[in-house]
Design a protein around this ligand. Structure first.
Ligand SMILES: [Zn+2]
Length: 622
């Protein structure tokens, strides 16, 4: 709502020199009161207990009294056991502080109010997490690649940091952080921060993130992890049994960084390492600074799915360096990043490859638009979503990308590249709103090349549910060819043996399978399987596409393979289409529920939520 009002005011005075509108004082998905008392630094001291599935210890928050009269610090928490709260004046001793934990809200968690004297400089909270904390996933040894040691990882975006750290859990607030993490012997802790290679004498791993970051980028993983360098700034952490394959797959990361720096300015985070997670990681990747978390499902041996790495790396500019100030501005993170990803992929692997990825992204967009509520089809909503996870879809990614492509075409690539570089430089280590972006756009492009873009057109991109007619839609000759061949195959003019699919890239296969018309027959699917051995493919992405197609065609003989797949995967993008296809018939839904009951313990809490929404009959989302 706030963005829309600012947008209106801004457009009304669009001829004046643009001063960027201020950031909002508070944010609808957080109880924090940074306009009164703001957290300036976070220091964690936690022990990891796999047996009891909990983190316990302290967080020290350095605070600033923005409003000198304010006497209560408000923090976000979700299902934390708060044992003790203390405050400390400069050079003073820790003193017990009064605190009040409010009744929990289903989405936001519990507000923690802490009484702070006017001279308090720091607040210490002693706490522990609960075994089913929404931001933590605890894996048994059986759920890992190596099967010998347990594994823990965090996923803080969007509002899950509060389930493992009491803090101001909003992207409005940025702070540097330090941490000491005590792990059981033989296990290594890694975080989105500078790391030391060895634990200290007490068995604690030490970390420091000197740059101010939003809370959703604080990340931790603990497991049987080994490291392999892949370049001067890059390397891979993975379980030992995965390490060599992962390092081979992601060997070209340093080159991608260099390409990004050429256009968007220096990489400002020091190292860029990747952490390969177990299959239950719910996303493709998570752009935790200095240490992207990545799904093992993109390790195929042929480096064909590395655009995922380009995406996570691009977040080092769009998202991590310049951050959406509220979750209603999510497209500023993901639309920009998707645009940068396509540019990087194109620069590194050629126009034809980039075009294929763009077309597949556009198909994802159409699919999401069809499923989403009308309010979620535009880039900014009239009112904030109740739960950011619930409205997660391709729309902020792909529609945001199309918006930026459209702007690029209006102003020319050279001018638009310079504009983006300026946006990143001028807002580095800051959070930004859509209204601020529009003010900057007005100042740096629209005012300098007047008459090319109107306020009505910008509104159509940002606020109107349908895609603007002027959108520049991607095309790919490699994919058009596949569509034509599929058409001839479906109508019987081309035999299955004549399909030239042996040489298809994974993207061509994805298009062939994902947008298959409903008239495909079970017999045709069987012929495909007999020739190309799609059931049981080791490529997890194609495995999901193929099984979804069989399930959608009503092929009950696919149920056992679907069950095996759903028990072994955890990435939401791969599992939700299968649950959705099964849920279309009462019998399929009953089967899906049975499978889910078995699979759920291996899924991340965020993925469980998403699947449960499908099984309840809600179709929106991932
Ligand atoms: Zn992203």
């Amino acid at each position: 709502m706030r963005s829309l009002q600012l947008l209106g005011v801004y457009m009304a005075s669009s001829m004046s020199v643009a001063a960027e509108p201020p950031l909002p004082a508070t944010e609808p998905h957080s109880y924090a009161n940074p306009q009164q008392i703001r957290v300036r630094e976070v220091a964690l001291d936690l022990a990891v207990d796999f047996e009891r599935r909990r983190l316990s210890g302290t967080v020290d928050l350095a605070i600033e009294h923005v409003d000198p009269k304010a006497r209560e610090l408000l923090l976000d928490t979700r299902a934390l056991d708060i044992e003790q709260v203390q405050t400390r004046a400069e050079k003073g001793d820790w003193k017990a502080a009064e605190f009040k934990l409010a009744a929990p809200d289903r989405v936001l968690g519990s507000r923690l109010g802490i009484a702070v004297p006017g001279d308090a400089q720091s607040v210490r909270v002693r706490y522990s997490t609960v075994p089913d904390a929404s931001g933590l996933q605890w894996l048994t040894p059986e759920q890992t690649a190596g099967k010998r040691q347990p594994f823990l990882f965090t996923q803080s975006q969007a509002i899950h940091a509060r389930s493992w750290i009491p803090l101001q859990d909003t992207p409005l607030v940025r702070a540097p952080y330090r941490a000491r993490i005590k792990t059981p012997k033989g296990l290594r802790a890694v975080m989105s921060a500078e790391m030391h290679d060895e634990p200290d004498a007490d068995g604690r791993w030490r970390f420091e993130m000197p740059q101010p970051i939003p809370s959703y980028l604080i990340a931790l993983a603990v497991g049987d992890l080994a490291f392999k360098s892949t370049g001067k700034r890059t390397g891979v952490y993975a379980e030992p049994s995965m390490l060599d394959r992962a390092a081979h797959e992601f060997a070209e990361t340093e080159k991608t960084i260099e390409l990004a720096e050429k256009t968007y300015g220096p990489y400002r985070w020091g190292r860029y390492d990747l952490l390969v997670l177990p299959p239950s990681f719910p996303y493709g990747g998570m752009e935790n600074p200095r240490l992207t978390f990545v799904t093992p499902s993109v390790i195929t041996g042929d480096r064909k799915l590395v655009s995922l790495i380009a995406h996570e790396l691009a977040h080092s500019w769009s998202g991590n360096l310049v951050t959406n100030a509220t979750w209603s501005d999510f497209w500023l993170n993901e639309g920009f990043t998707t645009y940068l990803t396509y540019r990087l992929t194109e620069a590194q692997y050629g126009q034809a490859f980039g075009d294929m990825e763009r077309v597949l992204g556009y198909h994802d967009l159409l699919d999401s638009m069809e499923r989403a509520d009308v309010a979620d089809r535009s880039l900014i909503r009239e009112t904030p979503a109740a739960d950011p996870d619930e409205v997660f879809s391709s729309i902020p990614y792909e529609r945001g990308e199309l918006f930026l492509v459209w702007l690029e075409q209006r102003f020319g690539r050279e001018a638009f590249d310079a504009f983006l570089r300026g946006w990143f430089d001028d807002h580095a280590f800051k959070s930004a709103t859509t209204a601020q972006f529009l003010a900057y756009l007005q100042d740096k492009l629209l005012a300098r090349q007047p008459g090319k873009v109107s306020a009505v057109q910008l509104d159509a991109w940002l606020k109107v549910p349908g895609l603007p007619d002027s959108a520049v839609l991607p095309t790919s000759s490699a994919l058009t060819e596949v569509e034509q061949q599929r058409e001839r195959w479906l109508s019987g003019k081309l035999g299955t043996a004549q399909l030239p699919a042996k040489n298809w890239a994974v993207q061509q296969w994805q298009l062939f399978l994902d947008s298959m018309p409903e008239r495909v027959t079970l017999d045709q699917l069987r012929q495909l399987d007999a020739r190309f051995k799609l059931t049981g493919t080791s490529n997890q992405i194609l495995g999901s596409s193929w099984l979804r197609l069989r399930l959608a065609a009503g092929d009950k003989s696919a149920w056992p393979a679907a069950e095996t797949y759903l028990l072994g995967a955890g990435r939401m993008r791969l599992i939700t289409p299968l649950y959705r296809a099964l849920a279309k018939t009462p019998e399929g839904l009953a089967f899906a529920k049975q499978v889910y009951a078995k699979a759920a313990p291996g899924y991340h809490p965020i993925a469980r939520e998403a699947v449960e929404r499908i099984l309840r009959g809600e179709q929106a989302g991932v």
